[in-house]
Design a protein around this ligand. Structure first.
Ligand code: BGP
Length: 480
């Protein structure tokens, strides 16, 4: 048997993409509430003032806020042992800097956790998943400001005290490395900007942008380390992990320049892991900052804080791999500068994400070899357009195939000796896509009746993958 007894099977969501109820029961507005929904032809926009009705679908999302009992019952029916969800900071502190938490917000998550416990589902809680109170962006320029560390700590303290008997597993920041890669300025760091087509997925282009991002990242490292320390003081049983956007990077050719480029690009898996697992910036940081032409402010004592707040386990998201090359012509031809060059051996999703199950085995081995900590794959899955057929069902064999192949490779990694303890595929119930702001890019085992234009009943429908995953869980990974 390859999957160990007690292996945690489940699924994952994030509050801003799932809950809705964006201004109910005293909730304040998050930075992400200022993003309009998007379509492929018209991407998401950011506005400082919310005064129009074009924020669908995120303001409503799929209404977990009112339907959590039904949703958790569906998870239980699939046999989930773990449910990864995030807490919306603005439900607990509307502006992020109040002294007293919002009782109704606390009550909501208590009910959610109690509902999970009813079915024996272990909550795995992301404390910050692209959800900064808008007020902290507006008044403090988000995570570029060191004060955010204290605001975050206060928020963590409330969560840890309030839920110490209900929650054991915590993640501090979702895909923390995305702050300096993809979603950066607005969603991850909450850096102030004008109303404009948002740089939701932009790479930093100016030195100022780069400096701000690395400074904000340093502040998140400190916040995470202090949270880990605090959490362990409040409940020594807590298991607190990091969460990094993972991806395997291969050299496009065996030209040593491509090999070196791939090695460098792989560092996006390691920069944050090294700080959060080993408690120190990796050896390559000094030269990396020099070459970027930036420097960040570190105060005395910062490095000691990082050492004191090492995480208990390593978690990551995995959707794809990419190829690195120094060949500018090949890069231009692929038109894919952010994600590198397409691998001719792999197929892509409808959104151009290259599907590579073996890359997951490769990455698990790389990460475990480096960190020697229990590993969790806390996001994985196929974003696809689902169609309800005439029989009222969704025959999502493509999703089953994607997940089956990834699970097989996780099994291989376990046989290789990797201590993998959990798997929570992304968007287990359909939710809003972060990169496109749409409903139509779906990941779920459960279909939600809602389209890009806001039509639909929000009814939940079990897809074919629902029954398949149920069998996978019941057989502990044997029936694939
Ligand atoms: C990760 C995020 C998730 C999720 C996922 C899928 O980066 O942590 O929040 O959205 O990507 O991305 P998308 O929704 O763009 O398909």
């Amino acid at each position: 048997m390859s999957f160990p007894k007690g292996f945690l099977w489940g699924g994952a969501t994030a509050a801003n993409q799932f809950e809705g109820g964006w201004n109910e029961d005293g909730k304040g507005d998050s930075v992400c509430d200022h993003m309009t929904g998007g379509t492929v032809s018209a991407p998401r926009y950011f506005t400082n003032t919310i005064n129009e009705e074009k924020y669908y679908p995120s303001h409503e999302a799929v209404d977990f806020f009112h339907r959590y009992k039904e949703d958790i019952a569906l998870m239980a029916e699939m046999g989930f042992g773990v449910y990864r969800l995030s807490i919306n900071w603005t439900r607990i502190f509307a502006k992020g800097e109040e002294e007293t938490p919002n009782q109704k917000g606390l009550d909501f998550y208590r009910s959610v956790f109690e509902e999970c416990k009813k079915y024996g589902i272990e909550p795995l809680v992301t404390i910050s998943h692209y959800e900064l109170p808008y007020h902290l962006m507006d008044q403090y320029n988000g995570w570029t400001n060191r004060k955010c560390i204290d605001f975050f700590l206060n928020y963590c303290k409330v969560l840890f005290m309030e839920y110490k008997d209900l929650v054991k597993y915590w993640l501090t920041f979702n895909e923390i490395n995305c702050l300096v890669m993809g979603v950066g300025d607005i969603l991850s760091a909450g850096i102030k900007c004008e109303d404009s087509p948002a740089q939701v997925l932009g790479l930093p282009s100016t030195k100022e942008q780069l400096t701000n991002r690395y400074q904000a990242l340093h502040h998140q490292f400190l916040a995470s380390a202090r949270a880990v320390k605090l959490g362990h003081e409040i409940n020594p049983e807590f298991q607190i992990g990091c969460m990094v956007a993972g991806g395997s990077v291969y050299p496009y050719t065996c030209n040593p320049d491509d090999v070196l480029k791939a090695q460098q690009d792989m560092r996006m898996n390691y920069l944050c892991g090294d700080v959060q697992v080993r408690g120190e910036y990796p050896h390559f940081t000094k030269r990396m900052f020099e070459e970027l032409g930036i420097s960040i402010i570190m105060e005395e004592g910062d490095l000691a804080i990082l050492k004191e707040g090492k995480v208990d386990f390593y978690s990551f998201s995995y959707y794809m791999s990419t190829c690195s090359t120094v060949d500018t012509e090949a890069l231009k031809a692929s038109g894919n500068v952010i994600m590198g060059v397409n691998n001719p051996y792999l197929k892509s999703s409808e959104w151009g994400w290259q599907i590579d199950p073996k890359g997951l085995r490769y990455l698990l081995n790389e990460l475990y070899g480096r960190y020697q900590l229990p590993m969790m794959v806390v996001e994985n899955g196929l974003g696809a357009i689902d169609k309800m057929e005439a029989d009222g069902k969704i025959h999502d064999h493509y999703r089953i195939e994607y997940l089956r192949e990834h699970i097989k490779q996780m099994e291989e990694a376990i046989k290789d000796g990797v201590d993998l303890i959990a798997f929570t595929p992304w968007g287990c119930i359909d939710l809003v896509s972060v990169s496109t702001g749409e409903m139509k890019k779906r990941y779920g085992f459960v279909y939600v009746d809602k389209d890009n234009d806001g039509n639909g009943t929000l009814d939940r429908v079990r897809k074919d993958s629902f029954y398949w995953y149920k069998d996978v869980i019941a057989s502990n990974g044997k029936m694939l």
